[in-house]
Design a protein around this ligand. Structure first.
Ligand SMILES: Cc1ncc(COP(=O)(O)O)c(C=O)c1O
Length: 392
């Protein structure tokens, strides 16, 4: 099946239904090669999709032309700015507030370096994407957790306490916000983000928002970019096409400054911006510019899978608690009632031959939980839940 559009007002075919398990097993990427060939991999944030046609064309054209030199120009920034205007009603993201970076996490590190110094504290909302715990530490920062509430949303009392602790020894501090939140898929609301901005201003903490999953927010839920909320002007943010169009192998991302934070972005060394892969930049630019119809088809497929997963769990693993959130294709499963200990992922792997992420590296709140990636075909998802149930 091809990813063509049937008619001008119809979505392309569901990108999650175009590859068989045999085809996926030919892949050489981490998702498909980390575990034995009998294991169903629903772990790392790669999707089981083909490349969207406009991206494949842009990259293959570049390769055919030998256009594999150093990156140049502001095409990626302009494409993000146009996408932000169309999808997020963010109409004043001037391309001069956007700079390319090699990938999201290197961009995060640069933004944290712009607003904090060695020994300073970085506040994160655990459970959170494990590199949020690791990358600040590699860069001589301390990490302080402000755990999410039981409703998977920011707990403002915990956040205030973490800011207090972060500044207790003097120095500066930053809050690395994950928006939407990995692993829960929580999409923060405008009023929550405004409250973040007020609290951060009261304490003098700088906000760096990782918006890697922003294009993946489900239809019907509004994604509000942090830099657009009242008080967000002092913030810095990052986004990328890598998650939404499955481009981790074609690396790239952009760092963005609030209207009051241009100077911080300008301090980033030029070398960092030009270290984006040229092919990555071509792919990401095509995604933001021309990948909208494919993305809409994907989002519809993810919505189906999100509902399917909830139904499958209710039927086959009723003791697993799952609160579906619209943010991305990751499900955070509370498996504590199964009696499998702190690391149920190890049991699902060993006995069920399904790879999901252990919750433990996500920090406080991760024990007894797993993260499941449902960006796959409904058949693989159903088989995975069956196997997990059979592992008990
Ligand atoms: C919140 C978040 N930030 C960053 C990344 C990694 O992005 P990159 O590979 O561009 O560093 C991921 C990948 O899953 C992620 O979920």
């Amino acid at each position: 099946m091809s990813a063509t559009t049937h008619a001008s007002n119809e979505l392309p075919d569901n990108p999650l239904r175009q590859l068989t398990l045999d085809q996926l097993r030919q892949r050489t990427s981490e998702k498909w090669r980390r575990y034995d060939p009998d294991v169903l991999p629903l772990w790392v944030a790669e999707m089981d999709v083909r490349l969207a046609e406009p991206i494949a064309k842009a990259v293959t054209d570049a390769i055919a032309a030998g256009d594999t030199g150093y990156p140049s120009g502001t095409g990626y920034a302009e494409a993000v700015s146009a996408f932000a205007a169309e999808r997020w009603h963010w109409t004043d993201l001037e391309p001069d507030r956007v700079r390319t970076v090699p990938d999201i996490m290197l961009g995060v590190v640069e933004m944290l370096k712009a607003v904090t110094g060695p020994g300073d504290a970085i506040v994160v909302n655990s459970p959170v994407y494990p590199p949020f715990h690791l990358f600040p530490v590699f860069n001589d920062r301390r990490v302080i957790e402000a755990p999410l509430g039981a409703d998977q949303r920011i707990d403002f009392a915990a956040l205030a306490a973490a800011f207090e602790l972060a500044l207790g020894r003097g120095g500066r501090a930053a809050y690395l916000l994950c928006h939407p939140h990995n692993p829960t898929g929580t999409v923060h609301t405008r009023s929550e983000l405004e409250r973040v901005a007020r609290l951060a201003a009261d304490y003098g903490v700088r906000v760096v928002a990782d918006e890697a999953h922003a294009p993946l927010v489900a239809p019907g839920t509004r994604f509000v970019p942090y830099l657009t909320v009242a008080g967000g002007e002092a913030g810095l943010a990052l986004t990328s096409a890598a998650k939404a169009w499955n481009l981790p192998g074609l690396r790239g991302a952009v760092a963005m400054a609030g209207t009051g934070a241009r100077a911080d972005l300008a301090r980033m060394p030029e070398k960092m911006s030009v270290s984006i892969s040229h092919l990555g930049s071509i792919a990401h630019t095509a995604a933001f510019r021309e990948g909208g119809p494919w993305l809409d088809a994907l989002l519809a497929g993810l919505d189906e899978n999100r509902r399917l997963l909830a139904d499958l769990l209710a039927d086959r693993l009723p003791d697993v608690r799952y609160r579906p959130e619209p943010g991305t294709y990751l499900a955070w499963l509370d498996c504590r009632a199964l009696g499998l200990g702190d690391d149920p992922a190890a049991v699902f792997l060993e006995k069920g031959r399904v790879a999901v992420n252990s919750g433990l590296p996500f920090g406080t709140g991760g024990a007894g939980h797993v993260r499941l990636n449902y960006a796959t075909s409904p058949e693989i998802l159903a088989e995975a839940v069956d196997r997990m149930a059979a592992a008990l």
